[in-house]
Design a protein around this ligand. Structure first.
Ligand SMILES: C[S@@+](CC[C@H](N)C(=O)[O-])C[C@H]1O[C@@H](n2cnc3c(N)ncnc32)[C@H](O)[C@@H]1O
Length: 253
């Protein structure tokens, strides 16, 4: 018989610190890399479509477990950066051929430029206009003239809808099931909340329950396009096949 599920006594942290630190080892089961093939191909096509000269080197800000990178690396030389050393460790195991660097997307300064910059859902951790602007500026400063940056927030203000869903997967010796609930406690501010409850099955069969709470940024298209322009980009917006807005920033060549 399975062991009983203990009550979770874990404190609820903000900004995903548990998710990306002590729970990082579970990331490949929470968000399996193979689920990213289709969207990574969308981003590759957008890079190609918007580039005026071939894209060879790409910097990713907030690369997390490196799921998109695991497909994009077939096409580009990738430099992967993230705030969390634990997530970089997960990504190193998946993408040993890529360079990994720890850094905050608001302040990272590598002193080199790339043909492309990619910022996927990690841009959601920018919860104020000042933070979002700082991350866009980091992208701009790391792009060579003529280069292309792609930004893929999960939502913009105009597309946000409250949602509840459940997910999970089985590994060789561990398994995860979890509930994800996104809601917006204050539609007047620039954030929304995502709460997770994870049911984790350890290799020895022990079940434990953990929860986590993330505060994520929510900005209108007008704010996105204005900030992109402010930092120097020529911005465009497209809607990709999952219905997400993708913001494209070109640096004048
Ligand atoms: C959902 S994961 C990214 C997964 C990634 N899109 C992929 O394809 O695997 C979000 C990541 O954002 C990172 N993050 C949060 N705030 C950050 C910041 N200020 N600078 C850099 N990374 C940050 C977290 O550490 C986490 O690894």
């Amino acid at each position: 018989m399975d062991k009983p599920i203990p009550d979770s006594t874990s404190p609820v942290a903000d900004h995903g610190s548990r998710f990306y630190e002590e729970l990082a080892v579970w990331w490949p089961l929470i968000s399996p890399p193979e689920e990213y093939a289709e969207e990574a191909e969308t981003f590759r096509r957008l890079f190609d479509e918007y580039a005026t000269t071939p894209i060879r080197t790409v910097l990713e800000l907030g690369s997390g477990g490196g799921n998109n990178a695991s497909f994009l690396k077939a096409h580009y030389e990738l430099t992967l950066t993230d705030l969390s050393p634990a997530m970089l460790e997960i990504s190193r195991a998946l993408n040993p051929e890529c360079q990994h660097i720890q850094g905050d997307m608001r302040t990272l300064r590598l002193g080199e430029t790339f043909d492309g910059v990619f910022v996927h859902d990690a841009i959601g951790y920018m919860t104020s206009e000042a933070d979002l602007r700082a991350a866009l500026e980091t992208a701009y400063l790391h792009l060579r003239p003529g280069g292309v940056a792609l930004f893929v927030p999960d939502y913009v203000r105009e597309t946000f809808v409250e949602s509840t869903s459940h997910h999970g997967s089985d590994g060789d010796d561990r398994a995860v099931r979890y509930l994800e609930w996104a809601f917006d406690p204050d539609p007047a501010d620039s954030t929304f909340t995502v709460v997770y409850t994870f049911v984790l099955r350890d290799p020895d069969g022990t079940i434990h329950v953990e929860h986590d709470q993330h505060t994520l940024g929510l900005f209108s298209r007008e704010v996105w396009l204005r900030l992109l322009r402010d930092v120097g980009f020529e911005p465009e917006r497209v809607v990709e096949s999952y219905g997400r807005d993708v913001f494209i920033g070109r640096k004048r060549g």
